[in-house]
Structure formats: C-alpha cells, structure tokens
Design a protein around this ligand. Structure first.
Ligand SMILES: C[S@@+](CC[C@H](N)C(=O)[O-])C[C@H]1O[C@@H](n2cnc3c(N)ncnc32)[C@H](O)[C@@H]1O
Length: 270
C-alpha cells in the first residue's frame, strides 16, 4: 500500500511556513481585511446568495479569511485545514474581529473522524484540489457533509490553465499533464504564489493534476446533483507572468487572441 504520509508531511511544512509569510508580509491585505472582513469574490458571493443563518462548512480554509467573511455575512461557519499554524492564526483573527467561527485542524481525508455533522452549504475554493491525491474519496467526504436539500459549491482554478509553464514569461507553453496521472508532481521552487520573492525553508511540495471529468464524475458518483457548471476567462490570482489585473479585480491573459478558461465553478445539491 502506498503511504501518503511523506506527501502530506512535506506539504504541511510548506503550508505552515506559508501562513507566516502570507500573514507577516500582508500578502493578503490583512490590514484592509481587519477594517472590512470580506475576502470573497463575486463568483462565490453571487452563486451562494444570502447565507444568513445557514450552516456552512469551509474546506481547506488556509488562515480563515474566507471563513470569517462568510461568518460576517451571517453564516454559521465551521472551517478546516490541515495547517496547525493556519488554524491557530484563524482562531486569533476570529477573536480579534469578534466573528465567532469554529476552526478545526485536520487532514481533509481524516475529517470524518473528527466532524460528524451535516451542513446547508459546503464550500471550497481556489487552490484546494491540487493538494489532494484522491478526488473520488474527496467527493464522498464532501457529499457526506451536505444536508439533504443542501448545496455544495466549488470555485477553482481551471485544470486547463494548470498545464502551462508558469515560468515562461512570454508564451503559453504546455508543460504539465492535464489528465490525472496518479503520481504526484514534485516541485522544489523558491517563493510563494502570493509572494514570489519570499525565501522559504520548506520549498518542497507534491501536488496532483485532476481533469474536469474526474472532478465532475466523482461528485456525481458521490450522490450530488450538479445544478450549474461555469468556466471563466479570468482568475482571482496572478498565476502567469503575462496576466493583467482588471478594474473588477480579476486577472486576465494579456495579448492572447482567444480567451482560455482560467477558473471554473460547480454548484451541486443533494
Ligand atoms: C491555496 S490554499 C486554499 C485557500 C482557500 N482558497 C481559502 O479559502 O483561503 C490550499 C489550502 O489547502 C490546505 N491543504 C493542503 N492539503 C491539505 C489536506 N490534505 N488536508 C487539509 N488541508 C490541506 C493548505 O494548508 C492550504 O491552506
């Protein structure tokens, strides 16, 4: 049997260090967030609408900005991440902002051992799936947390976008696999997506590519009914050197004749 421990341990060290980089250097505009706690984007806000008094489970919450934003909008939020540093920081933010939110530190695959509850909404977003090796198992866990009549919503970077070489400064060059290859991709590169100049000690990471068909079919097989699937020609993050930020806050490819799908969203019910 293949043990995942090596991959999870390596990724955990990386993410724990990223929490201090992302919070120390104000990469996520924490100062502004403390004044106005809303880190959510129009894509997820419009899709989920009024969340007042709804129970919401936020998966892979990093250090909790989106979790606290949903709670500020009136949702009763439970949020989880495997990074103990992220959860520690999220709890501090929750106290400072006086926005009650329940944070759990757990690997997502072990969540059923520590959380047994159903939610009106299960939410996950940008940059979550790449770190997960088994999407069918993830989808079963997700589905199990959705109440009958409840909603699952994911907004994620598009897997098509993941095939391009992010170090190429001028062209779209295919470098990475689109389809699931089973084996993890290994990187040992300096910096963080939010601060490319950051000097980290824990640069090693393992990640997995997942095709849209794997994601969609896994959700269907897990008992969810897809209500809507959308693709967007823009991204919430600056992920390739030749992207430009628009007045709406989203990043787009510059100097390309055709638009490519950079993000997708799925809304499903149970
Ligand atoms: C790019 S971030 C997602 C951020 C998210 N969009 C948010 O709400 O801020 C990816 C997150 O996944 C977490 N993560 C990675 N592998 C995990 C795992 N196996 N179980 C739980 N969390 C994991 C990382 O700690 C990190 O916080």
């Amino acid at each position: 049997m293949v043990t995942m421990d090596k991959y999870f341990e390596t990724n955990l060290k990386h993410w724990n260090e990223l929490v201090s980089v992302h919070t120390d250097k104000n990469c996520y505009n924490l100062d502004d967030f403390m004044k106005n706690p809303n880190s959510l984007h129009s894509v997820e806000l419009e899709a989920l609408g009024n969340v007042q008094d709804k129970t919401l489970l936020h998966l892979q919450c990093h250090f909790g900005m989106d979790s606290l934003s949903w709670a500020k909008l009136g949702a009763k939020v439970t949020a989880m991440d495997f990074s103990d540093k992220g959860i520690e920081f999220a709890k501090t933010l929750s106290k400072k902002l006086n926005i009650p939110t329940y944070f759990i530190c757990s690997n997502i695959y072990d969540l059923p051992d520590v959380l047994d509850e159903k939610f009106d909404i299960v939410f996950t977003s940008y940059g979550a799936l790449y770190w997960l090796h088994d999407i069918p198992r993830w989808a079963k866990i997700v589905s199990n947390y959705v109440k009958k009549g409840g909603t699952f919503f994911i907004a994620e970077f598009h897997p098509v976008f993941g095939v391009f070489d992010d170090n190429n400064k001028t062209d779209l060059v295919v470098k990475y696999p689109y389809f699931d290859i089973g084996e993890p991709m290994y990187f040992d590169e300096c910096g963080s997506y939010a601060d490319p100049n950051a000097k980290l000690k824990n640069n090693e990471t393992y990640g997995w590519s997942h095709s849209l068909s794997t994601i969609i079919n896994s959700l269907i097989s897990a008992g969810l009914t897809i209500q809507s699937f959308n693709e967007f020609p823009f991204s919430v993050d600056f992920l390739l050197p030749f992207m430009v930020k628009g007045s709406d806050g989203y990043y787009r490819l510059r100097d390309t004749d055709q638009e490519l799908p950079l993000m997708f969203s799925i809304k499903a019910t149970k």
